[in-house]
Design a protein around this ligand. Structure first.
Ligand SMILES: [Ca+2]
Ligand SMILES: [Ca+2]
Length: 210
């Protein structure tokens, strides 16, 4: 079969199944202060390579000051200091090492405020982070944390208020360490092709954003 058609067919096969919900139990909720990230532990039995993570908004609101006028899903809506970099939600590991966003998006390092193309801090249903150049290896029992950035950095956090709850989803490139049985599983040949394609798309997209 023509290689291009094979790749296209593979992408089509994966288009519905590639997003895997990591929090199988309750929603993951974070607050704006007092070291209150949301926690989620991967319960699968097999490691997975993830090219992207996304947070899907479910409920609640958070803000960087006490006034509810600044209620937001992902930041502090309309607050003048952060209007050009309105996002403040982070994904870390259990040692609080930042996984997403990638460093190039962060514009206000003291409070960890950042921006991403198209995303609106108040109205976007999803916050999508991708890094196909360096996929995340999600191993069994690994914990991810969802933080409000000011709380993570202990910067201007005491006036923060609110709580936001999300689902945490991983975009599965392939499973690791066995044959089949895990989310997104498939033939290794197909996965290798898909991974190559995604790596190319990822680098093209990153270049076009600069
Ligand atoms: Ca604050
Ligand atoms: Ca804190």
């Amino acid at each position: 079969m023509d290689m291009f058609l094979l790749v296209v067919r593979r992408v089509a096969d994966y288009s519905d199944a590639a997003w895997y919900k990591i929090n199988l139990g309750p929603l993951v909720c974070f607050e704006g202060r007092n070291n209150s990230p949301g926690h989620v532990t991967y319960r699968g039995s097999q490691g997975m390579l993830l090219g992207a993570l996304k947070l899907v908004y479910k409920e609640g609101a958070v803000r960087c000051v006490s006034d509810v006028a600044y209620n937001s899903r992902w930041g502090c809506h309309g607050y003048s200091s952060f209007k050009t970099y309105p996002l403040n939600v982070f994904i870390t590991d259990r040692q609080n090492n930042v996984i997403f966003p990638l460093p190039q998006f962060i514009k206000h390092s003291a409070g960890l405020w950042y921006d991403m193309p198209v995303v609106d801090d108040k109205y976007s249903d999803e916050l999508v982070f991708s890094n196909f150049d360096f996929p995340l290896y999600l191993q069994p029992h690994m914990e991810l944390r969802i933080w409000f950035g000011e709380d993570l950095e202990n910067w201007s956090e005491t006036d923060n208020q609110g709580r936001v709850c999300v689902d945490v989803m991983g975009y599965v490139i392939g499973d690791v360490g066995g044959a089949g049985g895990s989310p997104g599983g498939g033939t290794s040949k197909g996965q290798a092709l898909l991974k190559d394609l995604k790596a190319s798309l990822g680098s093209i997209m990153q270049k076009s954003w600069k």
